[in-house]
Design a protein around this ligand. Structure first.
Ligand SMILES: O=C(O)CCC(=O)C(=O)O
Ligand SMILES: [Fe+2]
Length: 378
Protein backbone atom coordinates (compact mmCIF):
# COMPACT_ATOMS: atom_id res chain seq x y z
CA UNK A 1 0.00 0.00 0.00
CA UNK A 2 1.42 3.36 -0.81
CA UNK A 3 -0.21 6.69 -0.27
CA UNK A 4 1.72 9.81 -0.98
CA UNK A 5 2.04 12.36 1.73
CA UNK A 6 0.63 15.81 0.94
CA UNK A 7 2.81 17.77 -1.40
CA UNK A 8 5.06 14.85 -2.20
CA UNK A 9 6.89 15.24 -5.51
CA UNK A 10 4.83 14.73 -8.64
CA UNK A 11 1.67 14.72 -6.61
CA UNK A 12 1.62 18.48 -6.21
CA UNK A 13 -0.46 18.73 -9.35
CA UNK A 14 -3.07 16.39 -7.82
CA UNK A 15 -2.41 13.66 -10.34
CA UNK A 16 -2.80 10.27 -8.74
CA UNK A 17 0.23 8.24 -7.88
CA UNK A 18 0.82 5.09 -9.89
CA UNK A 19 1.71 2.12 -7.77
CA UNK A 20 2.27 -1.52 -8.64
CA UNK A 21 0.70 -4.49 -7.02
CA UNK A 22 3.21 -6.76 -5.43
CA UNK A 23 1.50 -10.05 -6.17
CA UNK A 24 0.24 -10.99 -9.58
CA UNK A 25 -3.32 -12.32 -9.39
CA UNK A 26 -5.85 -13.10 -12.04
CA UNK A 27 -9.16 -11.41 -11.82
CA UNK A 28 -12.46 -12.78 -13.01
CA UNK A 29 -11.96 -11.37 -16.47
CA UNK A 30 -8.66 -13.15 -16.87
CA UNK A 31 -6.57 -9.99 -16.59
CA UNK A 32 -3.52 -10.05 -14.43
CA UNK A 33 -3.91 -7.54 -11.67
CA UNK A 34 -0.29 -6.47 -11.34
CA UNK A 35 -0.80 -3.76 -13.93
CA UNK A 36 -0.25 -0.17 -12.78
CA UNK A 37 -3.04 0.86 -10.45
CA UNK A 38 -3.94 4.26 -9.17
CA UNK A 39 -3.82 5.10 -5.51
CA UNK A 40 -5.47 8.31 -4.41
CA UNK A 41 -3.33 11.00 -2.90
CA UNK A 42 -4.58 12.17 0.45
CA UNK A 43 -5.63 14.49 2.01
CA UNK A 44 -8.72 15.24 0.01
CA UNK A 45 -8.63 17.39 -3.05
CA UNK A 46 -11.57 19.73 -2.66
CA UNK A 47 -13.04 20.33 -6.08
CA UNK A 48 -16.61 21.08 -7.00
CA UNK A 49 -17.50 18.25 -9.36
CA UNK A 50 -20.77 19.80 -10.51
CA UNK A 51 -18.88 21.05 -13.54
CA UNK A 52 -17.87 17.52 -14.41
CA UNK A 53 -20.86 15.37 -13.47
CA UNK A 54 -23.66 16.00 -15.99
CA UNK A 55 -27.12 16.90 -14.71
CA UNK A 56 -29.94 15.31 -16.75
CA UNK A 57 -33.53 16.55 -16.52
CA UNK A 58 -35.89 13.56 -16.69
CA UNK A 59 -39.03 15.74 -16.71
CA UNK A 60 -39.69 15.96 -20.46
CA UNK A 61 -38.99 12.24 -20.99
CA UNK A 62 -41.15 11.05 -18.10
CA UNK A 63 -43.93 13.36 -19.34
CA UNK A 64 -43.74 11.63 -22.74
CA UNK A 65 -42.74 14.73 -24.72
CA UNK A 66 -41.98 13.95 -28.37
CA UNK A 67 -38.25 13.65 -29.06
CA UNK A 68 -37.37 13.67 -25.35
CA UNK A 69 -36.24 10.01 -25.31
CA UNK A 70 -33.57 10.49 -27.94
CA UNK A 71 -32.41 13.81 -26.51
CA UNK A 72 -32.00 12.22 -23.09
CA UNK A 73 -30.31 9.15 -24.60
CA UNK A 74 -27.66 11.37 -26.18
CA UNK A 75 -26.97 13.07 -22.83
CA UNK A 76 -26.80 9.68 -21.16
CA UNK A 77 -24.36 8.33 -23.75
CA UNK A 78 -22.11 11.32 -23.17
CA UNK A 79 -22.28 10.87 -19.37
CA UNK A 80 -21.53 7.14 -19.38
CA UNK A 81 -18.80 7.23 -22.03
CA UNK A 82 -17.01 10.11 -20.32
CA UNK A 83 -17.81 10.21 -16.60
CA UNK A 84 -19.72 7.11 -15.47
CA UNK A 85 -21.87 9.20 -13.08
CA UNK A 86 -24.73 11.63 -13.71
CA UNK A 87 -27.32 13.47 -11.66
CA UNK A 88 -31.01 13.34 -12.53
CA UNK A 89 -33.60 15.95 -11.61
CA UNK A 90 -37.39 15.64 -11.90
CA UNK A 91 -37.15 11.88 -11.36
CA UNK A 92 -40.65 11.68 -9.90
CA UNK A 93 -39.77 9.93 -6.62
CA UNK A 94 -41.53 11.49 -3.67
CA UNK A 95 -39.08 13.20 -1.29
CA UNK A 96 -41.10 11.89 1.68
CA UNK A 97 -40.38 8.32 0.54
CA UNK A 98 -36.66 9.08 0.36
CA UNK A 99 -36.64 10.82 3.77
CA UNK A 100 -38.61 7.94 5.27
CA UNK A 101 -36.03 5.46 4.02
CA UNK A 102 -33.12 7.46 5.46
CA UNK A 103 -35.08 7.49 8.73
CA UNK A 104 -35.59 3.71 8.51
CA UNK A 105 -31.83 3.26 8.07
CA UNK A 106 -31.17 5.39 11.14
CA UNK A 107 -33.68 3.37 13.17
CA UNK A 108 -32.18 0.05 12.10
CA UNK A 109 -28.60 0.98 12.96
CA UNK A 110 -29.24 3.12 16.04
CA UNK A 111 -32.16 1.36 17.73
CA UNK A 112 -31.16 -2.25 17.37
CA UNK A 113 -28.45 -3.64 19.63
CA UNK A 114 -25.60 -5.40 17.83
CA UNK A 115 -26.80 -8.91 18.83
CA UNK A 116 -30.14 -8.33 17.14
CA UNK A 117 -28.49 -7.07 13.99
CA UNK A 118 -26.04 -9.98 14.04
CA UNK A 119 -28.98 -12.39 14.28
CA UNK A 120 -29.76 -11.28 10.71
CA UNK A 121 -26.20 -11.72 9.47
CA UNK A 122 -25.42 -11.25 5.79
CA UNK A 123 -25.72 -14.62 4.10
CA UNK A 124 -24.74 -16.38 0.87
CA UNK A 125 -27.69 -14.75 -0.90
CA UNK A 126 -26.25 -11.30 -0.14
CA UNK A 127 -29.09 -10.26 2.16
CA UNK A 128 -28.86 -9.27 5.80
CA UNK A 129 -26.57 -7.34 8.12
CA UNK A 130 -22.85 -6.80 7.69
CA UNK A 131 -21.13 -5.25 10.72
CA UNK A 132 -18.46 -2.57 10.69
CA UNK A 133 -15.31 -4.11 9.25
CA UNK A 134 -17.24 -7.02 7.73
CA UNK A 135 -16.22 -6.28 4.15
CA UNK A 136 -12.85 -5.76 2.55
CA UNK A 137 -12.48 -4.29 -0.91
CA UNK A 138 -10.26 -7.06 -2.24
CA UNK A 139 -11.23 -7.17 -5.88
CA UNK A 140 -10.28 -3.57 -6.53
CA UNK A 141 -7.79 -2.81 -9.28
CA UNK A 142 -7.78 0.78 -8.12
CA UNK A 143 -6.28 0.53 -4.75
CA UNK A 144 -4.41 -2.10 -2.82
CA UNK A 145 -6.52 -1.45 0.20
CA UNK A 146 -7.26 -4.48 2.27
CA UNK A 147 -8.31 -2.84 5.51
CA UNK A 148 -11.89 -3.52 6.56
CA UNK A 149 -14.42 -0.92 5.46
CA UNK A 150 -15.71 1.32 8.27
CA UNK A 151 -19.36 0.88 7.46
CA UNK A 152 -22.22 -1.27 8.72
CA UNK A 153 -24.84 -2.22 6.15
CA UNK A 154 -28.15 -3.99 5.83
CA UNK A 155 -28.92 -5.51 2.42
CA UNK A 156 -32.41 -6.15 1.07
CA UNK A 157 -33.44 -7.77 -2.21
CA UNK A 158 -36.84 -8.19 -3.86
CA UNK A 159 -39.21 -9.31 -1.10
CA UNK A 160 -39.99 -12.81 -2.35
CA UNK A 161 -42.62 -14.93 -0.58
CA UNK A 162 -41.63 -18.28 0.98
CA UNK A 163 -43.56 -20.14 -1.71
CA UNK A 164 -41.78 -18.47 -4.64
CA UNK A 165 -40.29 -21.28 -6.80
CA UNK A 166 -36.79 -19.79 -6.61
CA UNK A 167 -36.99 -19.58 -2.81
CA UNK A 168 -38.28 -23.15 -2.59
CA UNK A 169 -35.50 -24.34 -4.92
CA UNK A 170 -32.83 -22.45 -2.93
CA UNK A 171 -31.67 -20.45 -5.97
CA UNK A 172 -28.71 -18.34 -4.92
CA UNK A 173 -29.48 -14.60 -4.57
CA UNK A 174 -33.22 -15.34 -4.65
CA UNK A 175 -33.82 -16.02 -0.98
CA UNK A 176 -36.16 -14.28 1.41
CA UNK A 177 -35.03 -11.11 3.14
CA UNK A 178 -33.90 -11.24 6.76
CA UNK A 179 -36.22 -8.69 8.34
CA UNK A 180 -35.57 -7.55 11.91
CA UNK A 181 -38.26 -8.17 14.50
CA UNK A 182 -39.87 -5.34 16.43
CA UNK A 183 -39.18 -2.50 14.04
CA UNK A 184 -42.72 -1.55 13.05
CA UNK A 185 -43.13 -0.16 9.55
CA UNK A 186 -39.50 -0.81 8.61
CA UNK A 187 -40.21 -3.57 6.13
CA UNK A 188 -43.09 -1.66 4.49
CA UNK A 189 -40.95 1.46 4.14
CA UNK A 190 -38.06 -0.43 2.50
CA UNK A 191 -40.35 -2.38 0.16
CA UNK A 192 -42.21 0.77 -0.93
CA UNK A 193 -38.96 2.63 -1.54
CA UNK A 194 -37.42 -0.24 -3.51
CA UNK A 195 -40.55 -0.46 -5.66
CA UNK A 196 -40.39 3.25 -6.46
CA UNK A 197 -36.71 3.19 -7.45
CA UNK A 198 -37.23 -0.01 -9.43
CA UNK A 199 -39.99 1.77 -11.37
CA UNK A 200 -37.66 4.67 -12.08
CA UNK A 201 -34.90 2.27 -13.11
CA UNK A 202 -37.19 0.40 -15.47
CA UNK A 203 -38.34 3.65 -17.02
CA UNK A 204 -34.70 4.48 -17.79
CA UNK A 205 -33.93 1.15 -19.48
CA UNK A 206 -35.21 2.33 -22.93
CA UNK A 207 -32.97 5.40 -22.59
CA UNK A 208 -29.98 3.12 -22.02
CA UNK A 209 -30.94 1.13 -25.11
CA UNK A 210 -31.21 4.26 -27.28
CA UNK A 211 -27.96 5.64 -25.84
CA UNK A 212 -26.26 2.55 -27.24
CA UNK A 213 -27.91 2.95 -30.65
CA UNK A 214 -30.29 0.04 -30.01
CA UNK A 215 -34.10 -0.06 -30.40
CA UNK A 216 -35.80 1.43 -27.33
CA UNK A 217 -37.30 -1.96 -26.37
CA UNK A 218 -33.99 -3.84 -26.74
CA UNK A 219 -33.52 -4.46 -22.99
CA UNK A 220 -37.19 -4.98 -22.13
CA UNK A 221 -37.00 -8.75 -21.82
CA UNK A 222 -33.73 -8.59 -19.90
CA UNK A 223 -35.36 -6.31 -17.34
CA UNK A 224 -38.73 -8.03 -16.95
CA UNK A 225 -37.97 -8.80 -13.31
CA UNK A 226 -34.73 -6.99 -12.58
CA UNK A 227 -32.48 -8.00 -9.73
CA UNK A 228 -32.03 -5.23 -7.21
CA UNK A 229 -30.40 -4.60 -3.86
CA UNK A 230 -31.28 -1.84 -1.46
CA UNK A 231 -28.34 -1.25 0.85
CA UNK A 232 -28.84 0.75 4.01
CA UNK A 233 -25.47 1.96 5.28
CA UNK A 234 -24.12 3.71 8.34
CA UNK A 235 -20.66 5.26 8.34
CA UNK A 236 -19.51 6.26 11.82
CA UNK A 237 -17.56 9.49 12.11
CA UNK A 238 -13.94 9.01 11.21
CA UNK A 239 -11.78 9.41 14.32
CA UNK A 240 -9.32 12.33 13.95
CA UNK A 241 -6.29 10.08 14.26
CA UNK A 242 -7.49 7.46 11.76
CA UNK A 243 -4.82 6.15 9.39
CA UNK A 244 -5.25 7.56 5.91
CA UNK A 245 -5.78 4.21 4.21
CA UNK A 246 -8.85 3.34 6.29
CA UNK A 247 -12.03 4.18 4.41
CA UNK A 248 -15.77 4.11 4.96
CA UNK A 249 -15.77 2.23 1.67
CA UNK A 250 -12.39 1.85 -0.02
CA UNK A 251 -12.04 2.81 -3.71
CA UNK A 252 -14.15 0.41 -5.73
CA UNK A 253 -16.39 0.15 -8.75
CA UNK A 254 -19.98 -1.02 -8.40
CA UNK A 255 -20.89 -4.41 -9.79
CA UNK A 256 -24.13 -3.71 -11.57
CA UNK A 257 -26.02 -2.03 -14.35
CA UNK A 258 -27.04 1.12 -12.48
CA UNK A 259 -26.78 2.49 -8.94
CA UNK A 260 -29.15 5.14 -7.55
CA UNK A 261 -27.99 7.46 -4.77
CA UNK A 262 -30.46 10.07 -3.54
CA UNK A 263 -29.06 13.41 -2.37
CA UNK A 264 -27.23 12.91 0.91
CA UNK A 265 -27.09 15.86 3.31
CA UNK A 266 -23.88 14.43 4.78
CA UNK A 267 -20.99 14.56 2.29
CA UNK A 268 -18.33 11.89 2.00
CA UNK A 269 -18.53 10.38 -1.48
CA UNK A 270 -15.72 11.07 -3.93
CA UNK A 271 -15.30 9.75 -7.45
CA UNK A 272 -12.22 9.24 -9.58
CA UNK A 273 -12.72 10.98 -12.89
CA UNK A 274 -11.23 9.35 -15.99
CA UNK A 275 -8.42 11.92 -15.80
CA UNK A 276 -7.39 10.18 -12.59
CA UNK A 277 -8.43 13.12 -10.42
CA UNK A 278 -10.47 12.38 -7.30
CA UNK A 279 -13.29 14.85 -6.75
CA UNK A 280 -15.81 15.20 -3.96
CA UNK A 281 -19.36 14.79 -5.16
CA UNK A 282 -21.33 17.97 -4.61
CA UNK A 283 -24.72 17.79 -2.95
CA UNK A 284 -27.54 18.55 -5.34
CA UNK A 285 -30.75 18.65 -3.25
CA UNK A 286 -33.65 16.82 -4.86
CA UNK A 287 -31.40 14.87 -7.23
CA UNK A 288 -30.41 11.27 -7.66
CA UNK A 289 -26.82 10.51 -8.54
CA UNK A 290 -26.75 7.50 -10.87
CA UNK A 291 -23.68 5.52 -11.88
CA UNK A 292 -22.90 2.58 -14.08
CA UNK A 293 -21.09 -0.50 -12.82
CA UNK A 294 -18.99 -3.43 -13.97
CA UNK A 295 -21.70 -5.58 -15.51
CA UNK A 296 -22.82 -2.72 -17.78
CA UNK A 297 -19.19 -2.00 -18.63
CA UNK A 298 -18.68 -5.63 -19.66
CA UNK A 299 -21.97 -5.78 -21.54
CA UNK A 300 -20.92 -2.71 -23.54
CA UNK A 301 -17.44 -4.10 -24.21
CA UNK A 302 -15.95 -1.25 -22.10
CA UNK A 303 -17.81 1.46 -24.03
CA UNK A 304 -19.55 2.65 -20.85
CA UNK A 305 -17.43 3.36 -17.82
CA UNK A 306 -17.58 1.86 -14.36
CA UNK A 307 -16.06 4.73 -12.44
CA UNK A 308 -14.22 4.21 -9.16
CA UNK A 309 -15.52 5.92 -6.06
CA UNK A 310 -15.00 5.81 -2.28
CA UNK A 311 -16.50 7.11 0.94
CA UNK A 312 -14.69 8.80 3.81
CA UNK A 313 -16.86 10.28 6.54
CA UNK A 314 -14.98 13.37 7.66
CA UNK A 315 -18.20 15.30 8.26
CA UNK A 316 -18.09 15.15 12.04
CA UNK A 317 -21.57 13.56 11.91
CA UNK A 318 -22.88 10.04 11.52
CA UNK A 319 -23.51 9.36 7.85
CA UNK A 320 -26.30 7.17 6.47
CA UNK A 321 -26.77 6.17 2.83
CA UNK A 322 -29.40 4.20 0.91
CA UNK A 323 -27.85 3.12 -2.42
CA UNK A 324 -30.06 1.05 -4.69
CA UNK A 325 -28.35 -1.27 -7.19
CA UNK A 326 -30.28 -2.53 -10.20
CA UNK A 327 -29.43 -5.33 -12.63
CA UNK A 328 -31.11 -7.40 -15.29
CA UNK A 329 -32.99 -10.66 -14.59
CA UNK A 330 -30.96 -13.27 -12.76
CA UNK A 331 -30.96 -15.71 -15.68
CA UNK A 332 -30.20 -13.23 -18.45
CA UNK A 333 -26.91 -13.85 -20.29
CA UNK A 334 -25.21 -10.52 -20.84
CA UNK A 335 -23.55 -10.94 -24.16
CA UNK A 336 -21.53 -8.18 -25.86
CA UNK A 337 -24.04 -5.74 -27.37
CA UNK A 338 -24.07 -5.56 -31.19
CA UNK A 339 -23.43 -1.81 -31.25
CA UNK A 340 -20.39 -2.13 -29.02
CA UNK A 341 -18.28 -4.08 -31.46
CA UNK A 342 -16.41 -2.73 -34.47
CA UNK A 343 -16.57 -4.90 -37.61
CA UNK A 344 -14.02 -7.70 -37.30
CA UNK A 345 -13.58 -7.12 -33.55
CA UNK A 346 -14.23 -9.90 -31.05
CA UNK A 347 -15.85 -9.26 -27.66
CA UNK A 348 -13.42 -8.65 -24.81
CA UNK A 349 -15.46 -10.69 -22.34
CA UNK A 350 -17.40 -13.93 -22.46
CA UNK A 351 -21.17 -13.77 -21.83
CA UNK A 352 -22.05 -13.84 -18.16
CA UNK A 353 -25.07 -13.98 -15.86
CA UNK A 354 -25.74 -12.03 -12.69
CA UNK A 355 -25.22 -15.18 -10.64
CA UNK A 356 -21.84 -15.92 -12.19
CA UNK A 357 -20.58 -12.40 -11.71
CA UNK A 358 -21.90 -11.96 -8.18
CA UNK A 359 -20.63 -15.35 -7.03
CA UNK A 360 -17.15 -14.32 -8.08
CA UNK A 361 -17.49 -10.88 -6.54
CA UNK A 362 -18.75 -12.24 -3.27
CA UNK A 363 -15.83 -14.61 -2.97
CA UNK A 364 -13.47 -11.65 -3.27
CA UNK A 365 -14.92 -9.05 -0.97
CA UNK A 366 -16.29 -10.31 2.29
CA UNK A 367 -14.04 -10.91 5.22
CA UNK A 368 -15.88 -13.90 6.65
CA UNK A 369 -17.64 -15.95 3.98
CA UNK A 370 -20.31 -18.35 5.22
CA UNK A 371 -18.88 -21.63 6.40
CA UNK A 372 -22.07 -23.49 5.53
CA UNK A 373 -23.39 -22.57 2.11
CA UNK A 374 -26.80 -24.01 2.99
CA UNK A 375 -27.52 -21.68 5.86
CA UNK A 376 -26.97 -18.03 6.76
CA UNK A 377 -23.49 -17.12 7.88
CA UNK A 378 -22.87 -17.16 11.58
O1 LIG B 1 -22.47 5.99 0.58
C1 LIG B 1 -22.40 6.42 -0.58
O2 LIG B 1 -22.64 7.59 -0.87
C2 LIG B 1 -21.96 5.48 -1.70
C3 LIG B 1 -21.90 4.04 -1.31
C4 LIG B 1 -21.27 3.13 -2.30
O3 LIG B 1 -20.45 3.49 -3.09
C5 LIG B 1 -21.70 1.71 -2.29
O4 LIG B 1 -22.43 1.28 -1.37
O5 LIG B 1 -21.32 0.99 -3.25
FE1 LIG C 1 -20.30 2.05 -4.70
Amino acid sequence: MSFDTPGAGANNDHRPTITHRRNAQRDFEGNTMNEPVYAPSLPEIRVDAKEEIPVLDLGPYLAGEPGALDRLAEELRHALENVGFYFVMNHGIDQALIDGTFAAARRFFDELPLERKMARRFNQHNVGYEPIGGSVTRHSKINENNKPNQVESYFIKRDLPAEHPDVVAGVRFRAQNQWPEDLPGFREQCVAYAAAVERLGKSLVPVYARSLGLPADYFDKAFEEPMFTLRLSHYPQRPPQQEEDVFGIAPHTDTGFMTFLPFNEVAGLSIRLPTGRWVDVPGLPGSYLINSGDMLRRWTNDRFLSTPHRVINRSGRERYAIPFFMDCDIRWRMECLPTCLEPGQTPKYPPITYTEYMSWYRAQNYAAPPTDEASPAA
